[in-house]
Design a protein around this ligand. Structure first.
Ligand SMILES: C[S@@+](CC[C@H](N)C(=O)[O-])C[C@H]1O[C@@H](n2cnc3c(N)ncnc32)[C@H](O)[C@@H]1O
Length: 267
């Protein structure tokens, strides 16, 4: 519950495991994308994201850990309503080319992708150059030293960075995802490839359901809080403006965001 402090615990998530079957990982990540969109969970993130883009002074975005593209689908739609049309390059350690092609068709000329794996903790300079980096619902996967590496690398390159999570370190807010998450989970075998394997995992057995609930719940305990993020950037982030905020998540949760943009040169 908001107000109560939970210690951060780096518990195991199945979708991080290198041995997790692709059908399971895809099913979980697709479910997240569908739930974020249909549950309108990221609607409240559009305003802080638009403000971040304006601060960053670029209209090019590199999305790290893009998953099935759900966050960018929501954010690009919301920005288009404001007349803002950034160019986005989607990347992930496990690229989702099929889903990204579909998204590129929804936002013609705005969405490209990198078909090879891109590790958010070691982003090639050539790919990142001149782009604002986004990392949405991913940072909690990393322990603090890796988070510091992700943030420090953006600062070294002079790039802006925007982090968001769909909840704080508040396990009690996880059930808020049920109304959007459960229907999305049930539909997993109807989406993308490997449908027979997904039907076995998500329909014929409780494996997909149990793993998704475990990964989602555990994620809430892995969130990095504002004070921890500020402590991580303190050694290298003095030339950046670091901003933290909360956004409302329907029906009764809240998500958080943290951004870094280079300070404007003194007049
Ligand atoms: C919880 S999903 C979030 C996906 C998407 N951003 C969303 O919100 O729907 C986490 C994503 O991070 C990716 N990921 C995990 N470790 C990564 C790493 N080291 N570099 C890049 N992506 C990573 C996973 O493949 C997965 O797609």
């Amino acid at each position: 519950m908001p107000g109560m402090r939970w210690p951060r615990v780096q518990l195991f998530e199945f979708n991080d495991a290198h041995w997790a079957p692709d059908a399971l990982r895809e099913g979980i990540v697709d479910t997240l994308s569908v739930a974020l969109e249909r549950g309108r969970i990221l609607d409240g993130l559009a305003a802080p994201f638009a403000a971040f883009l304006a601060r960053s002074g670029t209209s090019e975005v590199l999305d790290l850990g893009a998953g099935a593209g759900g966050p960018m689908r929501v954010l690009l739609g919301a920005l288009a309503e404001r007349g803002v049309r950034p160019q986005v390059t989607l990347t992930d350690l496990h690229p989702r080319v099929e889903a990204w092609r579909e998204l590129a068709g929804v936002f013609p000329g705005q969405v490209t992708f990198e078909a090879h794996p891109v590790d958010a903790t070691a982003v090639p300079d050539a790919l990142a150059a001149g782009k604002a980096r986004t990392i949405i619902n991913v940072l909690h996967h990393f322990p603090p030293p890796l988070v510091a590496r992700v943030l420090a690398d953006a600062v070294r390159a002079g790039d802006s960075i925007f982090i968001a999570e769909a909840f704080g370190r508040e396990p009690s807010s996880f059930p808020a995802f049920a109304s959007a998450g459960l229907p999305a989970l049930l539909g997993a075998p109807l989406r993308g490839s490997r449908r027979l394997e997904k039907a076995l995992l998500f329909w014929a057995t409780p494996i997909g359901f149990a793993v998704s609930v475990w990964d989602g719940f555990v994620s809430t305990l892995r969130i990095h809080e504002e004070a921890e993020l500020r402590a991580l950037v303190a050694p290298f982030g003095q030339d950046y403006d670091w901003t933290f905020g909360w956004y409302p998540v329907k029906p009764w949760g809240r998500g958080c965001w943290f951004s870094g943009t280079p300070k404007a040169p003194a007049a």
